[in-house]
Design a protein around this ligand. Structure first.
Ligand code: F3S
Length: 276
């Protein structure tokens, strides 16, 4: 069986940057998981003494607090700074951008609409920057019946599908006087998505590697599954069942933006060793 990696996969710029920041700040703690990959978080804890704190109120003056890649809520950041905590910001610049847009647009009289998952930490953070509030939607149906001012600003969660974002924009534009659409979907996501689309069209079995709670891995899996029904979302090689590869000729591999290379390599080796 031929095994091939997608043209783009795995760690993105923002995650590489956050991990470097964590490695450079030994004996610190991240507020919330730095990235959505528990195995990499364990490695940082073991090798660099970078811990994980779920409640930011437990930080004490002088502690080093690393802000995770997905960002945190504005008031939490302000509280941390006020309490004398040494804040090290590892928020991805592509997440800081929609935060800034939300604040600026909200303060300039625009109704802010965010296309994304309201429960996701990134969106909780982004929404908190809209000074006068924001509406968060995942489908056009949720927009039906909502009342807006004449001016709307639209931003998207960084990991969303472009096609679905266009549906939201296409719904709003003909119905309102002014709709400012900001492309806040991150290129890394787009490149990984395009690459998984291409390879899953050729593959007869697809392996998508990433945390089970990683939004962008789930998106990659969904695209893969649309093209290749024998697609599997795994966290590491331990999740693999060799029966998946029976009578298969071409195995494609992709990985989410927070999946480290060492896990991807373990998976490739495991498949190679078990399937001839
Ligand atoms: Fe940032 Fe994009 Fe990665 S938003 S964390 S570079 S997927």
């Amino acid at each position: 069986m031929k095994i091939e990696l997608a043209e783009n996969y795995g760690f993105c710029f923002g995650v590489k940057r956050a991990i470097k920041i964590a490695e450079d700040n030994k004996n610190s703690s991240t507020y919330g998981p730095l990235i959505h990959n528990s195995k990499e978080i364990n490695r940082l804890e073991k090798d660099f003494k970078v811990g994980l704190t779920e409640d930011y109120k437990t930080f004490k003056a002088g502690d080093k607090a690393i802000v995770r890649t997905h960002g945190i809520q504005k008031n939490e950041l302000e509280d941390l700074k006020k309490d004398g905590i040494d804040v090290i910001d590892a928020t991805c610049p592509y997440v800081t951008k929609p935060q800034q847009i939300c604040q600026e647009m909200s303060e300039n009289g625009y109704d802010v609409v965010i296309f994304g998952d309201e429960a996701h930490p990134e969106i909780k953070g982004v929404k908190s920057y809209a000074t006068y509030g924001a509406r968060v939607v995942t489908t056009v149906f949720e927009l039906e019946g909502m009342k807006f001012k004449d001016k709307i600003a639209l931003v998207a969660q960084t990991t969303r599908k472009v096609e679905e974002y266009m549906e939201i924009a296409n719904y709003l534009i003909p119905r309102h006087k002014e709709v400012r659409v900001f492309n806040t979907i991150c290129n890394a996501t787009f490149e990984n998505q395009e690459a998984v689309k291409q390879i899953s069209k050729k593959a007869d079995v697809m392996i998508v590697i990433g945390g089970k709670n990683s939004s962008n891995t789930k998106q990659l899996f969904s695209i893969s599954h649309d093209n290749c029904p024998d697609s599997y979302h795994i966290e590491d090689e331990k999740d693999i069942d060799y029966s998946w590869f029976k009578n298969k000729n071409f195995c494609g591999i992709s990985a989410g933006a927070s999946t480290p290379d060492w896990i991807i390599q373990n998976v490739v080796n495991f498949i190679e060793n078990g399937v001839k």
